[in-house]
Design a protein around this ligand. Sequence first.
Ligand SMILES: [Zn+2]
Length: 396
Amino acid sequence: MHETVSLGRIAGVRVAANWSLLIIAALIAETLAVSVLPATAAGRPAAEYWVASVAAAVAFLAGVLAHELAHAIVARRCGIRVDSITLWMLGGVTRLDGDPPTPRDDLRVAVAGPAASAGIGLVCLLLAVGLRGMAPVVLVAALQWLGAINVLLALFNLLPGAPLDGGRLLRAVIWQRTGDRARAAVHAARAGRVVGFGLVSLGVVEVAVTADVGGIWLMLVGWFLLVTARAEERHAGLRNLLVGVQVRDVMTSDPLCGPDWLSVQAFLDSVVRTARFTAFPLRGVDGRPSGLVTLHDLARVAPARRVEVRVGTVGTPLAAVPTAGPDEPLIDVIDRLGVDSQARPVLVVADDQLVGILTSGDISAAVQKAALADPVRSGPGGSAELSLPETVIRRS
Ligand SMILES: [Zn+2]
């Protein structure tokens, strides 16, 4: 989800919108102006329909934002830092920096969004009823639509499968019953795959039977749920396996570390030649870690220039290298690095000193060992394929 524009802060939460939001806004306005409003409030000029439709589309998106803000505000009350809210084509995503501490909090955060949507929906419906005969018919029709769509939004989000709010609710309930959050998350994600599959199937049937393009939308939403639920299931499985594993348990201690003031040629001769690694931490004259250089970086220097170029200038400076503390839970580091980590090693630093290096191979090995030690917790579906998970949506 790139190409977002910031909408500033609301109630202290960073809010951004993806450009794809424009597509949904245009689609909603068009549907309202061309079919919904003329059907419920017939015989008005087209301009009137369009003004009401654009206003209703904007109000709908404001309702989606209110839904996400409700999640964010309740999460903050539970002591969780809220990273941001992003609105996009298929709704909103609230990113939380951490998990609700108890099943009760998990439930409260999950319920807040649908409760806000249902509340907004009911207010709009009541207004529509109250204003009938007093306000312009197009306004009443628009309020009626807004009311219905918000109630629908609440109900849809309560479908019991992650990443939908209903899935979070399911997770909270299973967590409360079993006391095992990680397993509860795995179950909720599996339910999400079922819900996603169900929606895709419904969409296919709708397109086949009614030839209505609305079915394509359903398929799209279902597909998104399927993919997200699958990623969540993997992540929950990983979290389950890595309970209690710290970076120091997995890292390679006292890695081969080269001086950053050497020339590339001297570095190749004295450090690289006898090593079997592809990446080397660098240290400055003060002994502190200063960055990382890979064989790939070194290969970019023309042989003729190897004696004059310093290795420190071709590597990646420390500020741009991912780092971790030795006592950090491994799963937190994996979460933090997320999708953009690829195969870059993580330098493990404590008190300004390099104490280890963590590669994707180290992580992969740790996961596989944990799975071997506890096949029950890893569950079906295994975890051998896990190196770095694609945490596209983290704990939304
Ligand atoms: Zn929600």
